[in-house]
Ligand binder design. Structure first.
Ligand code: MTE
Ligand code: MOS
Length: 778
């Protein structure tokens, strides 16, 4: 039986529900281990003028108090793209919570008490807290980027219809259950072992080495699993690692740092809030003729991944639609908040929602059904004229039009629109709306060099296998999929394969597990390693098996690994079980281990010209959402969701469907209830799950249909699968569009301009403003 294509339970499913799966803070403390906490800046912007640690030092059990001056390395700044972020505040303060003083104590309570006893003197200055203010003050991160195709100005001048507006989309907290966490253990020769809850062991290794002035060979970073990452541990796991490692290096004792939930929410970066000005031109039929879009994001105080996130927004402005003329510019802004960072979708959602808003407004202004306008503009496979993205990549081998037709039937869209109209006429209290939105998500890192992976495969003499890759497990099921792919290579049971702890000691110079490409890169690298081992095994097997089979010439071509046996396919009777075969091979000195390397072919993007082929392929899909809004309170209920996606041939259908559901719900949270609220000093007020509402089980509609569509044209990538982790997030946008639709139906007239998320408050205010506008005399 094939190991690939089976819905095996997640490797850690049992561990997750019984509590036996170890997270960082579950690890037994080493003798003498210290607990680390820190004192963050109380102000968003200003200068640090003094630190008084006398009271803190006097507390029994406090072992060390460290600050910027204690950093041994020569480097002062770090960052994944630009080195602009200080390891610790030296003088200039850039956001509330920015680490200033590190305390280490014999237990967590003492560490916390010591942190509270540290007295900071700061001179505040005026912070930049809005994108408008940042634009006015030229406070930017990196250059302004542009992607342009066609003659936008001429198309606007000649167009029969135009719309324009500004769309504001809020940020989003990753809300992984395991907060940032790290244990640093000092070793010999100045070395340090960092056990981190990180999506990015290689980056953690290098940041710790820079902070401590060590060579990369002196730092090992490992990660067994994360209790969720969602992008929030792609770069932001670095600061806790720096703090724990500094304590370990200074005291010679193991050091553990575990952020509290509120602390984590206050000091770490989130999804970028955006402010986007847009114009669109279209004809009487609703064909888009031109778009002109200018993105500004709240990047926070340091660059982090903001320029990359912006790039992905720009590359997703077309979403699933052909835009004959397009001008797309993007600028990340520097504000006094924690540096914003990766979050599932990585700028994609902020780009996709803009074009979806435009299409919705085209439909509203023409009085047409938005489904038809979307379908009209969607890419059609084989239509070479209309398959080129604004950045010059061909969109091919997709089933976007088939997704539209299938979903139209399975969601019963037309009939439901009629029912909704009838309902809305009847009900004076509630109003319903419905919307469909597709996704075409580009798979690959847009920085070419990150599209690589390596894997170490060790086969043992009983026929069992250990695999190590640079990929990290955060709940998404990467390890389970790798296990299936490797088992499939040798024709053995997945239970005979284990994916080991990720460590920079086994896999070097790796990319973060991100961009949904974890399986694509790491499982494929493992396949390459398996092929090397199989080549060595096959030479041995050919000689061995043909000597047992008179009359057949030895040939490696005929050796197969199937159903737990090795045999020559011309004589399958003469087979050897895989375990004994491995033992025999070792006795004949066959190498039963290999390191595989994989680099995604053909991807390249020139960000100066805004042209190229950034993506290996696209994951596509669509969703239809129906909502009911209370006309008097704005409260919204999601009634029904229908999702259909092309995720290729699934390695593990159970896990992929789980990713689709989880991704959709996370996207829906961004679009509906998740609201980051700050006070006028830049302080986050929604700092815990009680004040920041992620979707609850009761927010999930009882009718939630999720299905996949076959795409025989997709012939590339590992086992012909497709990445699935992020794309469904952007289908959650259909819920926001459904809210907009309901508001349009309740208060017909001009196009509905509303920000995202569609909280009850936003829904109510939008409806009231529209009613007021109608009532007011002109
Ligand atoms: N699923 C779970 N359960 N937990 C997570 O933290 N992160 C998402 C997605 N699915 C995440 C998840 C993000 S942001 C990405 S980029 C991908 O998983 C990364 O893993 P993959 O590349 O192996 O899909
Ligand atoms: Mo995911 S945002 O690429 O870690």
């Amino acid at each position: 039986m094939n190991a690939v294509g089976r819905s095996l339970p997640h490797d850690s499913a049992h561990g997750h529900v019984t509590g036996s799966a170890l997270y960082i803070d579950d690890m037994t403390p080493l003798a003498g281990e210290l607990h680390v906490d820190f004192v963050g800046s109380p102000i968003a912007s200003g200068t640090l003028t003094g630190i008084d640690v006398r009271a803190a030092m006097a507390i029994n059990g406090v072992v060390a108090i460290l600050a910027h001056r204690d950093l041994p390395g020569e480097k002062r700044l770090f960052g994944p793209i630009f080195h602009d972020e200080p390891f610790l505040v030296e003088e200039e303060i850039s956001y509330i919570g920015q680490p200033i003083v590190i305390v280490a104590a014999t237990n967590r309570e003492i560490a916390r008490a010591a942190a509270a006893a540290v007295v900071l003197q700061c001179e505040p200055s005026l912070p930049i807290l809005t994108i408008d203010d940042a634009i006015a003050k030229n406070s930017f991160l990196g250059p302004r980027r542009k992607i342009e195709r066609g003659d936008v100005d001429a198309a606007f001048a000649a167009a029969p219809h135009r719309i324009e507006g500004v769309l504001r989309t809020n940020g989003q907290e990753q809300l992984y259950f395991e907060s940032q966490a790290c244990i640093a253990i000092p070793g010999e020769l100045g070395s340090i072992r960092v056990i981190s809850s990180t999506q990015n062991p290689t980056e953690t290794q290098s940041v710790v080495a820079e902070a401590l002035g060590l060579g990369l060979h002196q730092v090992v970073c490992e990660c067994k699993r994360m209790g969720g990452g969602f992008g929030g541990k792609e770069t932001q796991s670095a600061l806790p690692a720096i703090m724990a490692s500094l304590v370990a290096a200074k005291t010679g004792r193991s050091a553990r740092i575990i952020y509290g939930k509120d602390q984590d929410m206050i000091v770490t970066g989130k999804r970028h809030a955006y402010q986007t000005s847009y114009r669109a031109a279209f004809d009487d039929e609703g064909n888009i003729l031109a778009v002109d879009v200018s993105f500004h994001s709240n990047g926070g105080a340091f660059a982090d991944l903001s320029t990359s996130v912006m790039e992905r927004s720009m590359l997703h402005l077309d979403n699933a639609y052909y835009l004959p003329n397009a001008r797309i510019t993007g600028q990340a802004c520097k504000l006094n908040y924690p540096p914003n960072t990766a979050f599932r979708g990585f700028g994609g959602p902020q780009g996709v929602v803009v074009i979806e808003n435009i299409l919705q407004h085209i439909a509203q202004s023409l009085g047409r059904d938005a489904w038809d306008i979307r379908r009209l503009n969607a890419y059609r496979d084989g239509d070479r004229q209309r398959s080129l993205t604004p950045y010059g990549q061909w969109v091919q081998d997709h089933v976007i039009q088939e997704i539209f037709s299938t979903l139209e039937q399975t969601s019963d869209y037309r009939q439901r629109v009629r029912l909704i109209d009838a309902f809305n006429e009847r009900s004076s209290v509630y109003v319903k709306g419905i919307a469909m939105s597709p996704i075409k998500f580009g798979i690959s890192f847009t920085s070419k060099f990150l599209n690589q992976g390596n894997a170490l495969v060790n086969v043992y003499t009983d026929g069992t296998i250990q695999v190590s890759t640079g990929g990290t497990e955060m709940g998404q099921g990467l390890n389970t999929k790798i296990r299936q792919v490797v088992a499939d290579q040798f024709g053995i049971e997945p239970a005979d394969v284990i994916v080991m702890t990720t460590s920079t000691e086994k896999n070097n110079n790796t990319s973060p597990t991100a961009a949904s490409a974890g399986t694509d890169l790491n499982a494929q690298a493992a396949v390459v390693a398996c092929e090397q081992i199989k080549a060595a095994m096959s030479s041995f097997a050919a000689n061995r098996l043909s000597s047992l089979t008179r009359g057949i010439a030895a040939s490696t071509e005929h050796i197969c690994f199937v159903d737990g046996y090795v045999y020559d396919d011309r004589n399958p009777e003469n087979r050897i079980a895989f375990g004994p075969f491995c033992d025999m091979a070792r006795r004949e000195r066959v190498d039963l281990g290999a390191r595989g390397f994989y680099a995604t072919p053909g991807v390249d993007f020139n960000r100066e010209t805004g042209q190229g082929t950034p993506f290996f392929y696209y994951t596509t899909g669509a969703a239809v959402s129906e909502v009911t809004i209370d006309r008097f309170t704005g409260e919204m209920i999601v009634d029904r969701i229908d999702v259909l996606m092309d995720v290729g041939k699934m390695i593990n259908p159970g896990i992929d469907i789980g990713q689709i559901i989880g991704g959709f719900v996370q996207g829906m949270g961004w679009c509906t209830n998740e609201e980051l609220v700050y006070d006028e000093s830049g302080k986050l007020l929604s700092t815990s799950p009680t004040t920041y509402k992620i979707p609850n089980i009761t927010d999930i509609p009882s009718q939630f249909h999720v299905d996949t569509i076959e795409n025989p044209k997709h012939r590339i990538n590992v086992s012909r699968s497709k990445a699935v982790g992020e794309p469904p997030v952007m289908l959650g946008i259909s819920v926001w569009l459904a809210a907009q639709d309901a508001i349009f139906r309740a208060t017909p007239g001009r196009v509905v301009e509303m920000p995202l998320p569609a909280t009850s408050e936003v829904n109510l205010i939008t409806m009231q403003n529209r009613l007021a506008a109608v009532v007011q005399p002109t």
